[in-house]
Design a protein around this ligand. Structure first.
Ligand code: UGA
Length: 441
């Protein structure tokens, strides 16, 4: 089968490369000429482990192409995936669908033979039906169906998530479209991956419902962490004790500075807006949106406390800037809330991230010094703050930190260090929700 993927951003690129690995002929189309040129030259514009090898292998095999024009590939395609961005619309929190609708119009003009148009971008309920209406209006003779096929890829493990998913969700409303979608995911049959066929609206809502639920789960454990600090309990044990109940599950119960990234903040907001549009109030998600924003900002107070109540003139070492490890993505990273606030309070900031420095620099105050590695970041620091749980930071021992730092305060917003060891070594160790550790002093 021949596939066209419109949009070579995160979702489009990973999905296109993985479908070509399944053996299909995939053409990835993007209007950004510089991006297509660099992809054709073998350079991957995003940091995603394993993606460069996957792209190179399938390009060499002749199954994966990149181009700026969509006409010829859409005409030959059995399925066209729309994987363009759906950012939060300025001012009102709704998902901005202008790229999705523009792509639909362009696709319509070039359709030839039966084609399934698939929305892969995260799109609010009703978008699939609007896409179908646009195509019909632009090209009344087109022989097509629209399908919804949300992605559940996590940045940093996107290829594994595509190749070994927990489930595939497909919204279709004709047997012909269902057959095409079933054929596309047939390679997953060997793993007995459940493929859930449903209507367009249900499939569109599943994506938002899943992301918002995960955001709720994270916020819940973050609130439990707050409570643990107040009552002297350990949130890791609370999470373990909860997570062993299979109805709850152990995953996504890691407390931290609040969720960020390109998906949860945008999708929770968009779900709230969709509910409003339909006269419903998803109060739980509403609360989580507000709580998470407050939480990210409030992390600054922990650093100020660690610095003895005032960061003015103090040197603060920031370890990690990306919203999570194994990505260079800075979107809605807690670092963007914490660092400007510390700078405004007079702190001297040194920062290091293994992958996100180039992305981070334009988004952060000019006065921040970006260092080459963790050691130079920690050198002569009064306070060390872990914002992202990169593995290379986990290896930092109390002895090494003591040697590098001037001060003795550590704010571990991801609970990556052996807190007891840090406290024994004389550090003032501030963590998230592990109040019981102080007893080990
Ligand atoms: C998320 C979902 O996990 C994917 O299933 C979904 O496909 C994707 O959004 C999307 O809609 O495209 P992603 O944003 O890449 O993926 O990252 P996650 O690993 O889910 O982490 C999101 C945020 O939650 C991060 O800020 C992370 O630090 C935080 N988090 C996650 C916690 O604070 N605690 C946890 O236990 C888990």
């Amino acid at each position: 089968m021949n596939l066209t993927v419109i949009g070579s951003g995160y979702v489009g690129l990973v999905s296109g490369a993985c479908f070509s690995e399944f053996g299909f002929n995939v053409t990835c189309v993007d209007k950004d000429e510089a991006k297509i040129d660099s992809l054709n030259a073998g350079a991957i514009p995003i940091y995603e482990p394993g993606l460069d090898d996957l792209v190179a292998r399938n390009m060499a095999a002749g199954r994966l192409k990149f181009q700026t024009e969509l006409a010829d590939s859409v005409a030959d395609a059995d399925a066209v995936f729309i994987a363009v961005g759906t950012p939060t619309r300025r001012g009102d929190g709704h998902a901005d669908l202008s790229y999705v609708y523009a792509a639909s119009e362009e696709i319509a003009a070039h359709l030839s033979g039966y084609t399934v148009i698939v929305t892969k971008s995260t799109v609010p309920v009703g978008t699939g039906r609007n896409v179908a209406a646009i195509i019909k209006k632009t090209n009344p003779d087109a022989d097509f169906d629209v399908a919804s096929n949300p992605e559940f890829l996590r940045e940093g493990s996107a290829i594994n998530d595509f190749m070994r998913p927990d489930r595939v969700v497909v919204g279709v409303e004709s047997d012909a479209a269902r057959d095409v979608m079933a054929a596309l995911y047939r390679p997953l049959n060997i793993r007995e991956t459940p493929i859930l066929f449903t209507t367009l609206e249900t499939s569109e809502l599943i994506k938002y419902a899943a992301n918002a639920f995960l955001a709720v789960k994270i916020s819940y454990i973050n609130q439990m962490a707050d409570l643990c600090e107040a009552v002297g309990a350990d949130v890791h044990d609370v999470a373990k004790g909860m997570g062993l109940d299979q109805r709850i599950g152990a995953k996504f119960l890691h407390p931290g500075p609040g969720y960020g990234g390109s998906c949860f903040p945008k999708d929770t907001l968009a779900l709230v807006k969709t509910a409003e549009d339909f006269g419903r109030d998803v109060t739980i998600v509403n609360d989580v949106v507000r709580y998470n924003a407050e939480r990210k900002a409030s992390m600054t107070d922990r650093v100020i406390t660690a610095a003895g109540g005032d960061v003015d003139g103090k040197t603060i070492a920031i370890l990690g800037l990306a919203f999570k490890p194994e990505t260079d993505d800075m979107r809605d990273s807690p670092a963007l809330d914490i660092l400007p606030r510390l700078v405004a309070s007079g702190a001297q900031i040194k920062a290091y991230d293994p992958a996100a420095m180039d992305q981070a620099k334009p988004l952060l105050p000019d006065s921040i010094t970006f260092t080459k590695n963790a050691a130079s970041c920690l050198a002569d620091a009064d306070v060390a703050v872990v914002i992202t749980e990169w593995n290379e930071f986990r290896a930092l021992t109390p002895a090494a930190m003591k040697q590098m730092m001037r001060g003795k305060a550590i704010v571990d917003l991801r609970n990556i260090f052996d807190g007891k060891a840090m406290i024994k070594a004389g550090f003032d160790y501030i963590n998230i929700g592990r109040a019981g550790l102080a007893a080990h002093r």
